[in-house]
Design a protein around this ligand. Structure first.
Ligand SMILES: Nc1ncnc2c1ncn2[C@@H]1O[C@H](COP(=O)(O)OP(=O)(O)OP(=O)(O)O)[C@@H](O)[C@H]1O
Ligand SMILES: [Mg+2]
Length: 248
């Protein structure tokens, strides 16, 4: 078996496992309700239906992420590059994530007159949604996500920071690979397929950007750290933008 076939087999086997877990749970709770409807009180029925809803959402999220992965690998997946002023889309994403995580506090600091970057708007939104959702999902210690957008060396720099379970430098590369999650009590408590950062890194690099992570252990608690994801996008001249448009 060659490497491509092996990768494909590994992918199918991981996906099947990821699909099986929520499906088994949906089937189990539906069967229990069908066979024991009269014996169950309203509270239990409501609890079971809630689990079925959550597991269905998990399946939808997984399938959407897998479609994104497939599109990343497809050759005719063209990006639509345009100048983008990043402040309004980031503000919009914060308000959407705030709706899902009402107890999370978001602080957004954006430099005045930040130059536009040259990206695909939808993909940029997907990147920011993944990072901001993660920071709300994996926050512990304090429920604050800090987002900043500034400039350095002809690049726009975006940072997303939260306190959560410290990520060891050995895991910095790993979290950007397919289906990788760091095994800790917090990750086990929240749902995820481990595809978000893989997609985020790939999309960022397709748009000439870079992404990195840094986690600083907090003095008072060995397990917790301040985790920062940093994105960098080059600020391009009109000529450079024209060259990209022409090469598409
Ligand atoms: N902001 C963060 N703070 C702490 N840990 C994080 C943060 N973002 C990611 N991680 C860790 O990196 C892992 C990979 O993240 P990624 O977004 O790729 O997957 P996921 O959130 O588990 O699932 P998905 O995004 O596909 O729903 C997470 O499971 C978590 O362990
Ligand atoms: Mg994620």
């Amino acid at each position: 078996m060659n490497t491509t076939e092996q990768n494909y087999e590994d992918f199918i086997s991981t996906v099947s496992h990821e699909l099986r877990t929520p499906l088994t749970s949906i089937r189990g709770f539906s069967q229990t309700m069908l066979t024991s409807w009269d014996k169950l009180d309203d509270n239990s029925k409501q609890k079971f239906i809630k689990i079925i809803e959550e597991q269905s959402n998990r399946l939808i999220h997984l399938v959407e992420n897998m479609l994104s992965v497939t599109k990343l690998q497809s050759k005719n997946n063209t990006l639509v590059f345009n100048e983008l002023n990043i402040k309004p889309p980031i503000e919009q994403i914060i308000s959407i994530v705030k709706n899902q995580y009402p107890t999370q506090v978001f602080e957004f600091n954006c430099r005045e007159n930040l130059p536009a970057i040259f990206v695909d708007k939808d993909k940029f939104q997907q990147i920011m949604t993944n990072l901001i959702e993660n920071s709300a999902k994996y926050s512990s210690g304090t429920n604050t996500t800090k987002i900043s957008a500034g400039m350095d060396n002809n690049k726009v720099i975006i940072k997303v920071t939260n306190k959560g379970i410290n990520i060891s430098p050995d895991d910095y590369d790993k979290i950007f690979t397919k289906f990788s999650r760091i095994d800790n009590p917090l990750t086990r408590k929240v749902q995820g397929s481990g595809l978000g950062l893989y997609i985020t890194k790939n999309l960022t690099e397709k748009m000439m950007g870079e992404i990195s992570v840094n986690s600083i252990p907090l003095n008072d608690n060995q397990n917790l750290g301040e985790i920062t994801f940093t994105l960098q996008f080059p600020i391009l001249s009109i000529e450079e933008q024209a060259r990209i448009k022409c090469s598409q």
